[in-house]
Design a protein around this ligand. Structure first.
Ligand code: UDP
Length: 236
C-alpha cells in the first residue's frame, strides 16, 4: 500500500556533493535517480526541488563582498545546474523527467506554471522545479513549500543526511533522541530547525505535512512512500 500519491521531494544541494568538497558526485546523483525511479514505477507522482549549496549560496557570497541580490541570483542558477544534472541522470535510466524554471531561461528549461507542472506530473514525468522561488532572500526550502502547496502534494519529503528531527543536534549531542512525529507548534516552541521559518510557516498554514528522512541510504525513499516509520513526520 502506498501512503502518498503525489509528493514534493526536497533534496539539499550539499548532499549532492557526496564525499567531495564541492560540486556534484556522480555516484550520489545516480543513487538518487535510482531511488526516485523506484517510486515512479510504483505510480507515485514526483515533484522535486534541489538546493544549490554545493555550488553557491547567496548569503556566504554576500559575506565575501558580493551584492546579496546578485549572490542570490547566482544561488538560484546553481539550483538550475543541479536540476539539469538530476534530469539527465533520470533520463539515463529511462525515467522521464522535465525541468521547469522559476526564471525564464528557455531553452534550458520551461518557464514554470502550476498548470504545466500538474500536467507533467499527471503524465508521469518527474518534474524538477528549479531556480527556487525566482526571488532573492528566499531559500529552496521555501521554494519547496511553495511548489508543494501549489501542486497540491500530499506531503513534502525532506531528504537529508540525518534520519529525522532530534531533540538536539545528533552530530553534536550524543544524548539526542529522534521524534517519530512532532507538530508544527512543537517545532516552534522547542525552536527546532527543520527548515527556515518562512518555509515551515508556509507548510503549517497550508496543511502540508513534512517527512524528514535520510535520503542517503538506498531504498529509504520507497520505505517512506510505503508509510514505514523511518523518519520524522511533522504534522499540523
Ligand atoms: N536562492 C534564492 N531564492 C530562492 C531559492 C534560493 O535566492 O527562492 C538562492 C540563495 O542564495 C541560496 C541559494 O540560492 O543560498 C541556494 O539555495 P539553498 O541554500 O536553499 O540550497 P541548499 O542549502 O539546500 O543547498
Amino acid at each position: 500500500m502506498l501512503q502518498y500519491k503525489r509528493v514534493l521531494l526536497k533534496l539539499s544541494g550539499e548532499s549532492l556533493m557526496g564525499d567531495q568538497q564541492y560540486g556534484i558526485d556522480s555516484q550520489r546523483l545516480n543513487d538518487y535517480a535510482e531511488q526516485i525511479k523506484e517510486i515512479v514505477v510504483q505510480g507515485v507522482q514526483v515533484g522535486i526541488v534541489i538546493g544549490g549549496g554545493n555550488i553557491f549560496r547567496g548569503l556566504s557570497g554576500a559575506s565575501k563582498g558580493f551584492d546579496r541580490v546578485k549572490g542570490d541570483s547566482m544561488g538560484m542558477l546553481a539550483t538550475v545546474i543541479n536540476s539539469l544534472a538530476l534530469n539527465s541522470a533520470l533520463e539515463a535510466i529511462d525515467c522521464k523527467s522535465r525541468v521547469l524554471t522559476a526564471i525564464r531561461m528557455e531553452p534550458i528549461g520551461e518557464f514554470y506554471s502550476k498548470q504545466k507542472a500538474v500536467d507533467y506530473l499527471s503524465e508521469g514525468y518527474v518534474t524538477i522545479f528549479s531556480a527556487g522561488t525566482g526571488n532573492p532572500y528566499f531559500t529552496t526550502d521555501t521554494g519547496s513549500s511553495l511548489r508543494g502547496i501549489e501542486i497540491e502534494a500530499d506531503v513534502m519529503l525532506k531528504g537529508t543526511r540525518v534520519d529525522g528531527v532530534y531533540t538536539a543536534d545528533p552530530e553534536k549531542d550524543p544524548t539526542a533522541t529522534k521524534y517519530d512525529k512532532i507538530s508544527f507548534d512543537e517545532i516552534y516552541h522547542k525552536d527546532l530547525r527543520v527548515m527556515d521559518l518562512t518555509a515551515t510557516t508556509m507548510c503549517k498554514e497550508n496543511n502540508l505535512p513534512i517527512v524528514v528522512f535520510d535520503m542517503d541510504t538506498k531504498g529509504n525513499l520507497l520505505k517512506v512512500i510505503k508509510g514505514e516509520n523511518i523518519g520524522t513526520l511533522v504534522h499540523v
